[in-house]
Ligand binder design. Structure first.
Ligand code: GDD
Length: 406
C-alpha cells in the first residue's frame, strides 16, 4: 500500500495571492473550474494501491470540511485534512502526523506541494524510485530560475549529489519541483535532524558564540524544512535520487500564475477529462474557442463568444454579445451585454456593466500583467479597466489603467 500527503500550508502564507486569498484558502482557489488541490488529488487517484490521501495544513478545519468530504465521495478514496496547531515546516508537519500517516502501514509515501502545476507523473516516479532503492526520490525539471531549490544529480545513477535552496548565484539548471516519494525511513531522517538541533541548543547554553553562529537559531526545534534541513544534508549519501519530468511544470504563487496554470490544466483535460470541457457535447450554444470550462449552473448567452482558456464558475451569467478570452470568472459574477474580459480574473459576485472592458497585457509575471477584480467589485457600464488590481467591494464609474485601487 501507498499513501499520499499534500502540503497545503496556511493563512500566513499565500500573501502574494491577495486579493484572491482574502476569503478563500489558496488551495481551494479554482483552476480550470476545480479547486487547486483537486488536481494533485485526482493525480493521486491514478496511483495503484493508494490507501488514503492526507492534506496537511494550518488553515481552520472548517474551511476544508465540505471539500474533503465531497472529494472523498467522488473519488471513493478517503481524503483527510490534518490540521497543524502551528506551522512546523514541510518536514515538521509530516513528522508530527507520522502515526496517522503510517496507520495503513504504507511502503511508500508520496509528498506533494499543493501549489505546483504539472502532469504529476507519479506512477513513473514510483517505478524509478523502486529501481534506485533509496529513501527518497525528488521530481526535478530543467529550468534556470533562482526562486526554486537547485540541485546537481549524477547523470547516470540519478543520485542527488548536491542541493541548495533558492541560491543567490547559479548552481545548476535542475530545479526541485516540490513532488517526492519517500520510504518510511524519512521519519527517522527528520527525527535525526530534530535531535541534532536539540543537541545544538543544549550546547548553546554553554557557548554564546556558538549560538550566534548557528544558522538555525531562529527556528523552534520542531520546525523542520524538507529542502534545507533534509535534502541538503542527505544529498550525496546514496539516499536521495531524482526523476526528471520533460512535461510542463509551474509554481502557483501569484494570481497571474493561477491564470496561466488554469490554462495548462484545461489543455490537459483534453486527454484526461474531455467531458469537463465546454463545446464537446454540443449542448452549449455559445461560441466556444479552444479549451473552456463552464460550470453546469452558469448561464451563457448563445451570442457570447468564449475562449480560449476561460473558466466560468457556478451561477455566473454572461450576457448577449459578451467576449471572454483568457480569464477566470468566479462564482455569482454577472458579465453584462457586450462586455469584454481579457487576461483577467473576476472575483466572486462582481458585476461588469454593458459595453465595459476589463483587460490586461497578459504578462503572467508582471505585477499588473493581468487585471484582477476582488470580490463584489462593480464595473459600471462603458468603463474600461486596464492592467489594474481592484480590491473587494469597490465600484468603478471611471476608467482606470495601471492602478491598484484600494
Ligand atoms: N502544512 C504545512 N506546514 N505546509 C507548509 C508549511 C508548514 O509549515 N510550510 C510550507 N508549506 C507548504 C506550502 O503550502 C507549499 O505547498 C509547500 O509546503 C512548500 O512551501 P514553501 O516551504 O513555502 O516553499 P516554496 O514553495 O517557496 O519552495 C518549495 O517548493 C518549490 C517547488 O514549488 C521548495 O521546496 C523549492 O525548493 C521548490 O523548488
Amino acid at each position: 500500500k501507498v499513501v499520499a500527503v499534500i502540503m497545503v500550508g496556511g493563512p500566513t502564507k499565500g500573501t502574494r495571492f491577495r486579493p484572491l486569498s482574502f476569503n478563500t484558502p489558496k488551495p481551494l482557489f479554482p483552476l480550470a473550474g476545480q479547486p487547486m488541490v483537486h488536481h494533485p488529488i485526482s493525480a493521486c487517484k491514478r496511483i495503484s494501491n493508494l490507501a488514503q490521501i492526507f492534506l496537511i495544513g494550518f488553515f481552520e478545519e472548517r474551511e476544508f470540511t465540505l471539500y474533503v468530504s465531497s472529494i472523498s465521495n467522488e473519488l471513493k478514496i478517503p481524503v483527510r485534512y490534518l490540521k497543524e496547531d502551528k506551522p512546523r515546516g514541510s518536514a515538521g508537519g509530516l513528522y508530527y502526523f507520522r502515526n496517522i500517516i503510517m496507520e495503513d502501514n504504507p511502503s511508500h509515501i508520496f509528498l506533494l506541494n499543493c501549489d505546483v502545476c504539472c502532469s504529476f507523473p507519479l506512477t513513473n516516479m514510483l517505478e524509478a524510485h523502486k529501481r534506485y532503492g533509496g529513501m527518497g526520490t525528488v521530481l526535478v525539471s530543467a529550468e534556470t530560475a533562482n526562486q526554486f531549490g537547485e540541485l546537481v544529480a549524477d547523470p547516470i545513477t540519478k543520485e542527488l549529489l548536491h542541493y541548495t535552496e533558492k541560491p543567490e548565484t547559479f548552481v545548476s539548471d535542475l530545479i526541485n519541483c516540490g513532488l517526492y516519494i519517500f520510504t518510511p525511513d524519512i521519519f527517522t531522517a527528520i527525527q535525526e535532524v530534530s535531535t541534532h538541533r536539540e543537541d545544538q541548543a543544549n550546547l548553546r547554553h554553554l557557548s554564546t558564540f556558538e549560538a550566534l553562529q548557528s544558522p538555525t537559531r531562529a527556528f523552534p526545534l520542531d520546525f523542520v524544512r524538507l529542502d534545507q534541513d533534509i535534502l541538503s544534508p542527505f544529498a550525496g549519501k546514496k539516499q536521495l535520487y531524482t526523476y526528471e519530468t520533460m512535461d510542463f511544470w509551474e509554481q502557483i504563487k501569484t494570481p497571474g500564475m493561477s491564470l496561466k496554470c488554469s490554462g495548462l490544466y484545461l489543455s490537459q483535460f483534453r486527454f484526461t477529462s474531455p467531458d469537463l470541457l465546454a463545446g464537446g457535447d454540443g449542448t452549449r450554444s455559445a461560441l466556444i474557442v479552444g479549451d473552456v470550462y463552464v460550470h453546469p449552473s452558469a448561464k451563457v448567452h448563445p451570442t457570447a463568444k468564449i475562449g480560449p482558456n476561460v473558466s466560468i464558475s457556478a451561477n455566473v451569467r454572461v450576457g448577449a454579445g459578451a467576449r471572454l478570452i483568457n480569464c477566470i470568472v468566479l462564482d455569482d459574477v454577472e458579465v453584462q451585454e457586450n462586455a469584454v474580459v481579457i487576461n483577467s480574473i473576476v472575483g466572486w459576485k462582481s458585476s461588469i456593466g454593458k459595453w465595459s472592458r476589463v483587460q490586461a497585457d497578459g504578462d503572467y509575471n508582471a505585477k499588473l500583467g493581468i487585471t484582477i477584480l476582488g470580490e463584489a467589485v462593480m464595473v459600471e457600464d462603458e468603463v474600461v479597466v486596464i492592467n489594474s488590481i481592484v480590491l473587494p467591494s469597490k465600484t468603478l464609474n471611471l476608467s482606470v489603467q495601471d492602478e491598484i485601487i484600494l
